[in-house]
Every structure is written in C-alpha cells, then in structure tokens.
Design a protein around this ligand. Structure first.
Ligand code: SF4
Length: 337
C-alpha cells in the first residue's frame, strides 16, 4: 500500500468519524446519504436521512412509492432533481437489478443522478471496493497537498484530480481510506484555517510547506445571481389552503406551490368577501438565483364559490399541507399561518 493511503487509513482508525447514521454495511443507505450530502451539510442531512430511510428502508419500498411521497420527504432539502433521480433509479433497480445496487463503476454511472464521485462512494463505502470520491472536502485536501492553485470548479482541474486520486487509491481497506479522506477534509483540512499540526499528511503537503493553505482552493469567480420576483397569493378558509401543482420545467417542477398573483383577478375574490392580510416580503436564496418573494393572504368563507382548474389546483388541509412536497419558502409560509 502506498505511504499516503497508509497514513490516511491509520489516521482514520484513530480519529475519523464512525458514528454517522449512514456508516452502515448497506449500499442502499450509502447511496441515499451520498445524494443528500451533495451541496448540503451533514447536520442538515441527518434528520432527512433518518426520516427517509425509516420510511423507505430499502430499494423495493422506495420503488413502490409515488414521486409525490418522495418529494414530500425531501421538502426543504432543496435541489429537488436529486429526489426525482433517486426515485427513477429505485424503479430501474427494481426492474433490472433485482432490487440491488450494482457494484461496478460502469453500471452505477448509468443510473440517474449517480456520477463518478457518488459511484466511487458507493463502491468504496458500500462494497469495500476501490472507488474514488471527489467531494468538495477531498478536492480541497488534494489541491492543497499538491499546492495547486488551479480553479477547483474548472473541468480541467477536476479531470487532473480524478487521475491523481486514482493513483493514490490503496490496495485494501477502501472503506477506511475513503472515509478517512473525507473526514480529514471535513475536520482538519477545513476551508479556513486548517489544523495542519494535527494533519497526518503534513510532511507531504506542498501548501503547508509554502504557507499558502488559505489561498487554496481557488474558485472561479461566481456569476452574480439573477434576481427573480415572485408574487404569491395564499387563499385559505378556516381549515384549508389552496395549492398549485407546478407543472412547468425549471426549479420546483412537480412540487406544490402557492398560486401566483395572476391567478386572482381581484374582482373574483372581492365577491368572496375576503379578509386580507399582508405578509412581510422576504428573500430566498437558491444556488443560482435570488428570489424576492411577496405574499398576500386572503381568508374566504366559502371555497366552493372560487372557480379553480382542478387539474392544477387543490384545496388541502392546512395541517397536511406542510407535509406535502413543497419547497422551503412555501413550507415556512404554511408553518406560520
Ligand atoms: S497540512 Fe494542512 S493544508 Fe495540508 S492537507 Fe494537511 S491540513 Fe490540509
């Protein structure tokens, strides 16, 4: 085994994390956790992971459920295409793989939502086979070790890191190695002020030698987020609220939203003798957009007097609405009413 991987494994055995809920001998749970952990922090993922895997403990149960149910458990975690891909993949695994995850890189990467790094995680953590993980933590460790100031999120950097990471793979203890490398990035080689004194690979770290740890990784300048104005109306009775199924492509496809302001020509609602309330405007940040959200709340006495298109709109119990597949800002609004 090479010296680098030996150091990572020895460090992991003493100091690595061993109590995360997805550290189990189950490729299914490792797959779910890896997808949830994309762009999302461990502490945010934990309760979602526990809920999700207690409701769907295996591929079969996930494949048999509806996308709506999966989205409702995902509600608030963001990046909803991940949930859709998980559901699609479970259906494929049930049909073509006898309700199991395959254990080769090629087969895994054919499945929706599973890329090179996620496949590497499933192979090494789930099947104890060689597999390269290149999440943000691992990339940071490797770039610092190399003293490499290339932009981390550029495809050329990714490509060369992939090749470098393959060379470093050990001949055994793949699970401990992968977990150790991720843990080293998460706990010691942190984005700011890494704890180099505690680091098992300090002797071969170029960034430490040149004292440029905090200059790496370099990120390409982010494009400024576009702003989008959203004007919603919330129409409710004493017990029910009107939600709209979002059939448009783009963000929040297939989730339940509040109706747009345009839904409500005022003369329609003034006939209903509404009580009108304002809700403070707020901002919701997505990775690529800044949403400026305003809301008017209307309480009406008789919902049956409001004409709606039933293929798009649905009256649901206010208490049930927060458990449906709704995005985070809608859930926050529903929680407050
Ligand atoms: S020596 Fe410091 S900068 Fe280098 S890998 Fe270790 S923690 Fe990161």
């Amino acid at each position: 085994m090479n010296n680098f991987s030996q150091k990572i494994i020895s460090w992991y055995e003493v100091s690595g994390r061993k109590n995360l809920p997805w550290q189990v001998e189950d490729p299914y749970k490792i797959w779910i956790s890896e997808i949830m952990l994309q762009q999302t922090q461990v502490k945010t993922v934990m309760p979602y992971f526990e809920n999700f895997t207690s409701k769907y403990p295996n591929i079969e149960s996930l494949a048999k459920t509806s996308l709506d149910d999966v989205l409702s458990l995902w509600s608030g975690l963001g990046y909803y295409s991940r949930a859709k891909n998980i559901h699609k993949t479970a259906v494929i695994l049930e049909k073509d793989f006898n309700c199991s995850l395959p254990d080769t890189l090629e087969d895994l990467m054919m499945l929706p939502g599973i890329g090179f790094s996620t496949a590497g995680a499933i192979l090494s953590l789930g099947f104890k086979k060689p597999g390269v993980i290149l999440d943000g933590n691992v990339k940071r460790v490797l770039l610092r070790m190399l003293g490499n100031k290339s932009p981390m999120n550029h495809y050329k950097t990714e490509k060369s890191l992939k090749e470098f990471a393959k060379i470093l793979l050990p001949s055994a203890k793949h699970k401990q190695y992968s977990q150790g490398l991720m843990d080293l990035g998460a706990t010691i080689c942190r984005p700011k002020n890494p704890e180099c004194k505690m680091c098992p690979i300090v002797a071969c770290c170029s960034a430490k030698e040149k004292n440029i740890q905090n200059e790496i990784p370099v990120k390409l300048n982010k494009i400024e987020k576009k702003e989008k104005i959203i004007e919603w109306v919330l129409i409710k009775t004493k017990t029910k609220v009107l939600l709209k199924r979002n059939k448009e492509s783009g963000i929040w496809q297939n989730l339940w939203l509040l109706p747009d302001k345009a839904f409500l020509p005022l003369k329609k609602i003034t006939n209903l003798d509404p009580i009108e309330e304002d809700f403070p405007n707020f901002v919701h940040q997505l990775s690529h957009k800044k949403l400026l959200i305003s809301l008017k709340i209307y309480t009406i006495k008789n919902k049956d007097r409001l004409p709606i298109n039933r293929s798009l709109y649905n009256w649901v119990n206010i208490s049930d609405s927060v458990n449906m597949g709704v995005p985070k800002p809608v859930r926050e609004i529903l929680n407050k009413i």
